[in-house]
Design a protein around this ligand. Sequence first.
Ligand code: AKG
Ligand code: FE2
Length: 289
Amino acid sequence: MSENNNISDIYDLDPVFGDETDSLPVFPVLSDENLTRIAEDMDRYGFGVVTHCVSPDRLASLARFVEKEVAASSGEYVAVVGSAPLTGTFLEKLPASPEFRAACEALYRKGTGKQPPSSPLYQLLRCLSGGSGEKHSFYFHYDSYILTILLPVLIPSEGRTGDLVMLPNIRRIRKTYGANLIDKVFLDRKIVQGALKKMVTSGILPVTRIRMVPGNIYFFWGYRSIHANEPCDRHRIRATALLHYGNPHEKSPMRNAVTRGRAAIMHGLRRSTRTAGSPVSQDSASALS
Ligand SMILES: O=C(O)CCC(=O)C(=O)O
Ligand SMILES: [Fe+2]
């Protein structure tokens, strides 16, 4: 599906657009009925969307932030991990917004039937550009967290648009971290990645395709869905802010051992919270953890 025709328009900020960005709410209060519709859309179509949710002023200032980051990385791929480097931007305020947190918790409850965790969201800003953008595309993965929230900041409107492609909700939430890891290791194999890419680009495999619109916020079950972004042209920038919520295996001793081991390795590779050269799996909540 390339358009969002079947998806309910949940929230329309248009009437209050103006120069008053600072007085606008960071995120709207969504009624239980709206949240139920979003969760149903995620179940049925693969994703739910809140339209016109980020004002043009806020988007413009995020776009400037992204352009600076990409320029500082010589026009190549850059991922900004965590909220600290985002201080002062809308992306710092969003996860701290009680209305946004309440929406995430309600969706988690609707999706799992379980009590939502009190843990913080995992945050990432991915900026695809240059030749390295290609390497960070078509990486099919499951996220480590139940709920994925995606806020498109810059999406090319010409050439290759860098759509999000997905096979929605194709696995259940695994009871153990080990079972989850087996799924991820299987999907991570070169042969599987190559086959999926071929089947998606040739159109043999029917996927849900989302051409995202900046200003909207998208929700999907990242843990349960195989997904990847398509590339954009190298002279353009495709930037998406990701927020991940609810790791079902956060208390697993095996996961903690794996994560610690990986962190030790990454410590030697990473000098700052901005990563330019590592594969998508190491930047995102999709990693083998
Ligand atoms: O940038 C995107 O469109 C998706 C990225 C993603 O799936 C992730 O970081 O987990
Ligand atoms: Fe993901």
